[in-house]
Write a protein that binds this ligand. Structure first.
Ligand SMILES: C[S@@+](CC[C@H](N)C(=O)[O-])C[C@H]1O[C@@H](n2cnc3c(N)ncnc32)[C@H](O)[C@@H]1O
Length: 213
């Protein structure tokens, strides 16, 4: 089940900024060559991430879950002068493709790719004071990643978690599978956390926007 009906999504797509040419190419190639291409953020969500990043003017961004680089490139659009985006991807086979995608879109100097499992990579990080963290990797570890990085986000910084409406299953009481239950638990744990302000935007599959107080 899609969260938004097709006509509404088409209207939203047609009334935001067009997808930049490099991202269009990456989007198309991802759908031609990759399994589970729908993991990519896509045009509308990509513009949302770009807009949020431009509003924050971040110096330091962390992304967990790179895939073909689409969301990293969108978030990098808002980096302040001299800013850096760190992105973590567990699949080493994507490294060459990702480097070529970052070059194609002229963000290769601003993006640092870390190949490895997020938990281990973050444990070795000396970076602190992230302005934005985008969590979009192995979904059942969402809350673990939230807990790991909360201390590394500056006050006023954003943590964004993707897919939190899980195709609408989180609010359908008949859905009891493990992934759905894990998103329900995540949303409930964040909802009662008084260290952060939070709201879910019904963008694509649900974007949870969390602001550290
Ligand atoms: C949903 S996709 C990311 C999509 C991308 N953020 C975008 O919007 O275009 C999830 C990615 O996380 C990676 N991943 C899964 N488990 C991971 C882990 N433990 N550490 C780092 N990356 C992981 C997967 O290989 C996959 O490429």
């Amino acid at each position: 089940m899609e969260i938004l009906d097709t006509a509404l999504q088409a209207y939203l797509d047609n009334h935001c900024d067009p997808e930049p040419a490099g991202l269009q190419k990456i989007n198309r190639e991802t759908h031609l060559k990759m399994l589970k291409a729908n993991m990519l953020s896509g045009h509308y969500q990509g513009r949302v991430l770009s807009m949020l990043s431009k509003m924050m003017q971040p110096k330091l961004i962390l992304e967990i879950g790179t895939f073909t680089g689409y969301s990293a490139i969108c978030l990098a659009e808002g980096l302040a002068e001299g800013g850096v985006l760190h992105t973590i991807e567990v699949n080493a086979e994507y490294e060459e493709m990702l480097n070529s995608h970052f070059k194609l879109t002229n963000v290769d100097k601003k993006i640092k790719l870390h190949i490895g499992a997020a938990e281990a990579v973050i444990a070795d990080f000396e970076y602190n004071n992230f302005d934005i963290v985008f969590i979009d990797a192995d979904k059942r570890n969402n809350f673990k990643y939230f807990e790991l990085i909360l201390d590394k986000v500056r006050p006023g910084g954003l943590i964004i978690i993707d897919n939190v409406l899980w195709k609408g299953k989180v609010y359908d009481e008949h859905q009891k599978d493990a992934d759905t239950e894990s998103f329900r638990k995540l949303n409930e744990q964040i909802a009662v956390n008084t260290q952060v302000e939070k709201l879910i935007l019904p963008v694509r599959d649900g974007l949870l926007i969390i602001r550290k107080k």
